[in-house]
Design a protein around this ligand. Structure first.
Ligand SMILES: [Zn+2]
Ligand SMILES: [Zn+2]
Length: 301
């Protein structure tokens, strides 16, 4: 409140500043994060890293993903203002740091942390590799295929449909509200990171998205880990179809180039994927390289 009234009261002074100075000043005083409520008690939090979802239940709070420590602290501070209830469960969609580094802010606050069994192993391996094991809060509960539990009036289910963005990605379904957090299984109109080191597989990823579209329905609202500039981090089944088609287009393009005798370096120079016009911006080399490696391996079999 103080900060906002400061901005309002100082608005007259802004005229004396350059646009760049005004922007800088505003960025100091604006909240860096954003909360969007999807229903009365389910919302998303965006700041830096993968989209967070939360349930403010009648008796307990559930959070899906944690971004980075500073961001998860912002979330915790804000949720504490909105609810006196305990943090019952933190769920990780998968192990990547932009979804789990913030787990540590929940240490001593949350009653349990849940993820797919492979996600836990990946988190432990990454932390060992990066020598930051002391900065982790690991899952203390894991599952393999399906996991469901009731939280007040909401029923939360996790589904594992196979390798995709990693080998440990979950869909998290808030059943009653019909909202599904896809984690990084959906990069909405943005070139994805394909973590082959952690078991990612693009062909299998397409099938995983198909299974999700069959399991959930046309009314389901989906939450995405990331979106391209100008696109939303929530949407409907059509986004999953489009993203699956995009992955198929990448594989088809790279396969054609390889069969035409192009080298890996030549293939990586591509600036667009034929048939996937909506995917623009940085990071195109990541799926190209992953597709190249996946197809090379398949050809060698
Ligand atoms: Zn991510
Ligand atoms: Zn990820």
């Amino acid at each position: 409140m103080l900060r906002r009234s400061f901005i309002q009261n100082s608005a007259f002074a802004f005229g004396a500043l350059t646009l760049a100075q005004q922007k800088l000043l505003t960025s100091f005083f604006d909240d860096p994060w954003k909360i969007t409520m999807l229903t009365d008690n389910i919302g998303i939090f965006t700041e830096k890293g993968g989209t967070i979802a939360f349930l403010l239940g009648k008796n307990e709070i559930v959070v899906v993903d944690a971004q980075f420590p500073e961001q998860s602290q912002h979330l915790i501070d804000e949720l504490k203002k909105r609810s006196q209830n305990p943090f019952r469960l933190l769920i990780n969609t998968h192990h990547h740091g932009d979804h789990t580094a913030g787990n540590i802010s929940f240490k001593g606050i949350v009653q349990g942390v849940l993820a797919h069994v492979n996600s836990k192993t990946n988190q432990e391996n990454s932390a060992k590799q990066n020598k930051n094991e002391d900065k982790q809060l690991y899952p203390d509960q894991t599952y393999t295929d399906t996991w469901c539990q009731k939280f007040d009036k909401e029923n939360i289910c996790l589904y594992y449909y196979g390798a995709g963005h990693t080998n440990g990605d979950s869909f998290i379904h808030f059943e009653k509200s019909n909202i599904v957090h896809c984690g990084d299984l959906v990069f909405n109109r943005r070139h994805p990171f394909v973590d082959r080191g952690a078991g990612a597989n693009m062909q299998s990823w397409i099938e995983v998205l198909d299974k999700a579209r069959k399991k959930f329905d046309s009314k389901t609202t989906y939450i995405y880990g990331h979106a391209g500039t100008g696109y939303e981090v929530t949407g409907k089944a059509d986004d999953l179809k489009k993203f699956g088609d995009y992955l198929g287009s990448v594989l088809k393009f790279v396969d054609g180039e390889m069969k035409a005798g192009k080298s890996k370096d030549e293939i990586l120079k591509a600036t667009a994927i034929p048939g996937a016009d909506e995917w623009k911006g940085d990071g195109i080399q990541r799926p190209l390289q992953a597709a190249y490696e996946e197809l090379s391996l398949k050809a060698a079999q």
